[in-house]
Design a protein around this ligand. Structure first.
Ligand SMILES: Nc1ncnc2c1ncn2[C@@H]1O[C@H](COP(=O)(O)OP(=O)(O)OP(=O)(O)O)[C@@H](O)[C@H]1O
Ligand SMILES: [Mg+2]
Length: 346
């Protein structure tokens, strides 16, 4: 579906992608992971012609992206839907109009007069075929009842569902997802991932999922590519890589959180039925102290999903926090700033 051979990309003199070679197979969910600045978004943008590359080759469905003319790029983008972290929707428009937008502009004519007519058409009542398609997509993402709602009034998860519906409007062969769940809370993240997985299975749609969240990769990606400063660090089946991780992958997983050097970093575990927000706000209120939240996420343990939150507690409040966690029967561990120096709970 997508073949990348010896890809080189630089901005000015700065190399951003270096000698990348891999392929994405039709129907798979392919993950691209790496730290901020690794080149993940740039790589995605090379797939759909939004970025030029200076060396090597990117072929999508047999065609070299660099060789495509304007018409070729246009049809390439029709075949590649894209969703983003910030949703990129028209906030003041309603749900229906957002999803209808690509359908209404796709055959945009070239002459000025025809463009004006086309713009007028956009504001007029949509054609029945467009209405049917939009409603079909809204049913798919579970938002048919919100069709008249303004997008700015919806939750992050609902916005991303609309983003997905809009990206699927023109029946793409590939869906590019750039940090699609990074702005969402853990529960909503899982809902969106389930939806993406369902779409992949139902329509055999190829998904390329760019993320820095390992749980996203573990949950839905069949294969993954780990990028570090534009260099491919490992490539393979997700399950195999996690069962016997390379040193770089281990390091990446461990480095997800930069612990605060002062105070004490504590990882609090939350089973599925305990709300993290409630525990944290109650603890802060009951003890009348403040602490920083270093990070948190959901982790999959076998068939279950458990959440954790890493907090940083100033030394003077540590005893009180330990006492509180013991009283409430919470599970926790103290993280040393050197990740190997894991201490036992007091
Ligand atoms: N238009 C641009 N001009 C110059 N440099 C750029 C441009 N876009 C990206 N870069 C640089 O290229 C590198 C890779 O950026 P890119 O956005 O692809 O990283 P990323 O892996 O998607 O990061 P993040 O996780 O933060 O989204 C970074 O060093 C970035 O500063
Ligand atoms: Mg990015």
């Amino acid at each position: 579906m997508i073949e990348v051979r010896n890809l080189e990309k630089h901005y000015g003199g700065e190399p951003v992608l270096r000698d990348l070679s891999f392929s994405v197979e039709a129907g798979e969910i392919f993950g691209i992971v790496g730290h901020s600045g690794a080149g993940k978004s740039t790589l995605l943008r090379c797939f759909n012609g939004l970025e030029k590359y200076q060396g090597g080759s990117v072929t999508v469905m047999g065609k070299e992206v660099a060789d495509l003319d304007e018409g070729g790029i246009k049809s390439l983008r029709r075949d590649m839907g894209m969703i983003f972290q910030n949703f990129s929707l028209m906030g003041r428009k309603n749900v229906f109009d957002n999803v209808a937008f690509p359908l209404q502009i796709w055959d945009e004519p070239k002459t000025l007069g025809a463009r004006v007519n086309s713009a007028l058409r956009f504001w007029a009542k949509p054609q029945p075929a467009i209405t049917d398609r939009v409603m079909e997509l809204l049913e798919l993402v579970g938002l048919a009842d919100k069709r008249f709602e303004r997008v700015q009034n919806l939750s992050g998860g609902q916005k991303q569902r609309i983003g997905i519906a809009r990206a699927l409007a023109l029946n793409p062969k590939v869906l590019l997802c750039d940090e699609a769940t990074s702005a969402l809370d853990p529960k909503t993240t899982l809902n969106i991932l389930d939806l993406l997985q369902d779409i992949n299975a139902r329509f055999n749609l190829t998904l390329v999922v760019v993320t820095h969240q390992m749980e996203v990769v573990k949950r839905i990606c069949h294969r993954l590519l780990l990028l570090d400063k534009g260099v491919a660090q490992c490539l393979g089946k997700t399950e195999e890589l996690f069962l016997s991780p390379t040193e770089t992958l281990k390091k990446f997983v461990d480095e997800e959180y930069t612990l605060i050097p002062s105070g004490t970093n504590i990882r609090m575990m939350f089973p599925r039925d305990i709300s993290q927000d409630a525990v944290i706000t109650t603890m802060a209120r009951d003890l009348n102290i403040s602490f920083s939240i270093v990070g948190g996420k959901l982790e999959r343990y076998l068939d279950d999903v458990l959440g954790f939150l890493i907090i940083n507690v100033p030394d003077e409040h540590l005893e009180a926090v330990f006492r509180y966690m013991r009283e409430k029967n919470l599970h926790w561990e103290v993280l040393g700033n050197d990740r190997n120096a894991l201490q036992r709970p007091l």
